[in-house]
Design a protein around this ligand. Structure first.
Ligand code: GDP
Length: 296
């Protein structure tokens, strides 16, 4: 079930409740059954769905509700708040500060949209008046440097990489060093991905992180991967200190479960979502507007 279908089904359940003449625990159970069923079909982790159901139930003391003149509103608000909690870890996202030499390291599996998102983020902060540089420390994938170079050139963003140096740690150090020397505000380091979470990948990420000491590490995850999101996000979290998340391909067949699992597994906030292949297809993320939009 894709994201807008999930929203429509939850909305439908909430509206059905509005039509009930008596709102008792049976009606609330039916509502929660429908909402939880929809979340499970959207690949939201079963543990989180169970938690949502319990939290809503706890908040809704049926005795109090019996006297509440606006039961429906209380129930709807409780469901809405719990949905927001699924995508909001309650952590203030890190933001680069102008005048400080901020370093961001991007991590994620190959094909997740890491390189594309690096350029998108660079462009986002360039438009905010920052001096931004991109470093390609991906020596694993053939053509990675050309891709970053091409994207960066199109966006008029300075870049650093090498066709001959095979050591990604060396490239990262040199690139960050160069942009630091030139007093760049924001230096974004793209690292290599692998097809799946592998030891070599994590070792390389740890070495790059130890060398460039990023102020923030952004984990990029494909929003369409569904149930695989939980294990993937956990594996990255164990190896690097994930500060923020970017969920890509939210324009496609993203089900929502992936984004929710990534937040739960890392405890880190989603900062942006990718909404297309073009450089400007990057939306700032915040939980409440996201859930409101999903519910239509
Ligand atoms: P990397 O291997 O993680 O660096 O992934 P790339 O940046 O090369 O992206 C892999 C593919 O996903 C490319 O075809 C991108 O154009 C595409 N892509 C990246 N982000 C998005 C997005 O937000 N929406 C869509 N539809 N495609 C995206």
């Amino acid at each position: 079930m894709v994201l807008n279908e999930l929203g429509a089904r939850i909305n439908g359940a909430l509206q059905a409740l509005s039509k009930e003449s008596v709102i008792d625990s049976k009606a609330v159970d039916a509502l929660l059954r429908e909402i939880c069923g929809a979340l499970l079909e959207s690949d939201v982790n079963v543990r989180l769905v169970h938690q949502l159901r319990e939290n809503v139930k706890k908040q809704l003391n049926m005795d109090d509700l019996a006297t509440s003149s606006n039961k429906r509103k209380v129930i709807q608000t409780s469901v809405y708040d719990e949905l927001c909690r699924l995508v909001d870890p309650g952590v203030q996202p890190w933001v680069p500060r102008k005048g400080k030499q901020n370093v961001i390291m991007f991590v994620g599996l190959q094909g997740s949209g890491k390189t594309t998102s690096c350029t998108k983020l660079a462009l986002y902060y360039k438009r905010k008046g920052m001096k931004v540089g991109l470093v390609c420390a991906d020596t694993f994938r053939a053509g990675a440097f050309d891709q970053l170079k091409q994207n960066a050139s199109r966006a008029h963003i300075p870049f650093y990489g090498s066709y001959s140096e095979a050591d990604p740690v060396q490239i990262a150090l040199e690139g960050v060093g160069k942009f630091r020397k030139d007093r760049f505000d924001l230096i974004i380091v793209d690292t290599s991905g692998r097809h799946k979470q592998e030891t070599e990948l994590f070792l390389e990420m740890e070495q790059i992180a130890a060398a460039v000491k990023p102020d923030n590490t952004v984990f990029v995850m494909d929003g369409t991967i569904g149930q695989a999101a939980d294990a993937q996000a956990r594996a990255f979290k164990e190896s690097v200190d994930i500060g923020s998340i970017i969920i890509t391909k939210m324009d496609g067949h993203a089900k929502g479960g992936g984004a929710i699992s990534a937040v739960a597994a890392t405890g880190s906030p989603i900062i942006f979502i990718g909404t297309g292949e073009h450089m400007h297809d990057l939306d700032r993320f915040s939980a409440r507007p996201f859930i409101s939009k999903m519910l239509g």
